[in-house]
Write a protein that binds this ligand. Sequence first.
Ligand code: PLP
Length: 406
Amino acid sequence: MRFGRTLPPAASPIYLRDIFSGIRGCLQGNKETERFSAELREYFNVQDCFLVSSGKAALTLILQALKDLAPERDEVLIPAFTCYSVPSAILRAGLKIRLCDIDPGTLDFNFHDLRKYFQAPHNISRLLCVVPIHLFGLPADVSRLRTLIPDENILVVEDAAQSMGGGSEKGKLGTLGDVGFCSLGRGKALSTVEGGIVLTSREDIAAKIHHRFKKTPSYTLLEHLKLIINSVLLSIFQHPSLFWFPRLFPSLKIGETIFDVEFKVRKLTSFQAGLSRSWKSKLNDFQKKRRKRTLSWRSSLERKYIYELSDNYEVPALIRFPVKIDNAKARERVKKRIKNMGLGIMHTYPDSINKIKELKNYFHGQNFPFAEELSKSIITFPVHPFVSQRDIRKIKERLGPELLQS
Ligand SMILES: *Cc1c(COP(=O)(O)O)cnc(C)c1O
């Protein structure tokens, strides 16, 4: 048990003034969500944008729309190590999960395996789409993926849940696929407590999503109230000076990864849109701070612990800094050393997707050795705006020379 300064592994501040603009947003109604949507379309330079209750909801809506476009296809290919929300949205949309192993050097698809996957005709005849994922904000190589896809009917759905604001001048992450999405959940690049953004410039896809979106329910009054209360709790308790408090209640399941298909799919509320009123300057400010901390970790850790970036990208503003530890034992050593220090150093998803308890039968006999190994060894360091120079110094002192550059 720990009292006192405790860093969350990831955090996206919500300020009191955001909550006030959220409440003002409630009074504005649809005008407020329209404003947010228009600003996002301009920022991302896309034709269409749909705002929903979470990243999972955004992905579900996208997949259902793609299925409407190509009813004869029902498989979705994803990396075997990623956030559990991705497979849960696929099942929720009534589709089948297909896995490809990852590259342990980049966390992106293992392009060798991907090429082999696409060579088998039975793998591609029912494949609806492929989902590249910018895990922790590390840009996945979407253009390389595109060159490998053997059939133009197979679409690219870009998961930018963890990378809002990233990318290069040539294109922002979230706009490199046929359709993409960002998450506004807590611990993502920008947060409205919960929320999701669908982005596309493809008219045919937008038309199908629009059709589904129109029929998507709004938050109920009770859900609305919960949301407002949660925004207040989150703005108070995610601060490092108080984050120890909610962690005293295991029933809140803070930091746990849960596989859940029963999440709600709703239109984003005008409260959330109001919360986002100063999103551009907030995102900018957070990006600057995250990039600075990302650079700091990159220059402190020994090279072999750092993930290389695919070409064409500057050092991105990550939302967590993944440390490439290559075995589970070394991870345990690090965890032991920082135990109960409240330094925001965390393992990530407990297992590869094929090992999720609820999905076990689904992938019978299939192995994804890199993903399985990585889930046992990867660890992340915090880079969010609450992390101070002092925190970074403290972590380095605690780690000792093992991971650090000499
Ligand atoms: C968080 C996340 C999602 C889902 O977003 P929510 O808003 O939490 O539903 C999807 N994909 C990835 C990679 C994520 O990290």
